[in-house]
Design a protein around this ligand. Structure first.
Ligand code: URA
Length: 186
């Protein structure tokens, strides 16, 4: 379980039956992007469009993310994008603690293989699952351990477009994060 090869790992994820989400998904969504990505982005869970496509952030929230990345001067093709849980929770409910726990070894392995120098946590679910913190409205734009940047989830920006400017400025910070503490490797 948990291959050291990113593509092998993606195949493992597509076959995964570690939690009940495997019973309701159409496709697991391992993540997208190059193995040598310097930046990683972590969302919450696939939605309906992602479940159909087997790829992350391809629906409305994804279109907004693409636009924001563009405005921030970042190239999506150079970023590894994934989620805390790799399968869609029915009705787009939040993933449970148990589902997050079952799926976390895959994310840890992805981080270990890619060794990014910046990891962007999109919204409260990844911020809580990885850093144990909550309250994106006040924490957004902050960098933890020289490695993690917290910002809004793109769906939250879609719901309130006045957040777009802050979202783009948060994303632009990823360009300056070069070293990374590698705290995630310990
Ligand atoms: N929302 C997420 O958190 N992840 C996706 O992949 C799509 C929508």
């Amino acid at each position: 379980m948990c291959s050291n090869d990113l593509r092998e790992l993606a195949s493992e994820i597509r076959r995964c039956e570690r939690c009940g989400l495997s019973q309701t998904r159409r496709n697991a969504v391992p993540g997208d992007g190059p193995e040598n990505a310097r930046i990683m982005m972590i969302g919450e869970a696939p939605g309906a469009a992602e479940d159909l496509a087997g790829r992350p952030f391809v629906g409305r929230a994804g279109a907004l993310l693409d636009r924001a990345l563009d405005l921030a001067g970042l190239d999506r093709g150079e970023i590894f994008i994934t989620n805390i849980v790799k399968c869609r929770p029915p009705g787009n409910r939040r993933p449970t603690e148990e589902e997050i726990r079952a799926c976390m070894p895959y994310l840890r392995k992805q981080i270990e293989i890619i060794r990014p120098s910046a990891i962007c946590l999109l919204g409260n679910v990844p911020a809580k699952a990885i850093l144990g913190v909550q309250g994106v409205t006040s924490l957004r734009g902050r960098i933890f351990d020289d490695l993690y940047l917290i910002t809004f989830h793109p769906a939250a920006v879609l719901r309130n477009m006045s957040r777009m400017e802050l979202f783009v400025s948060d994303l632009a910070k990823l360009k300056g994060m070069r070293s990374g503490s590698m705290a995630h490797m310990q």
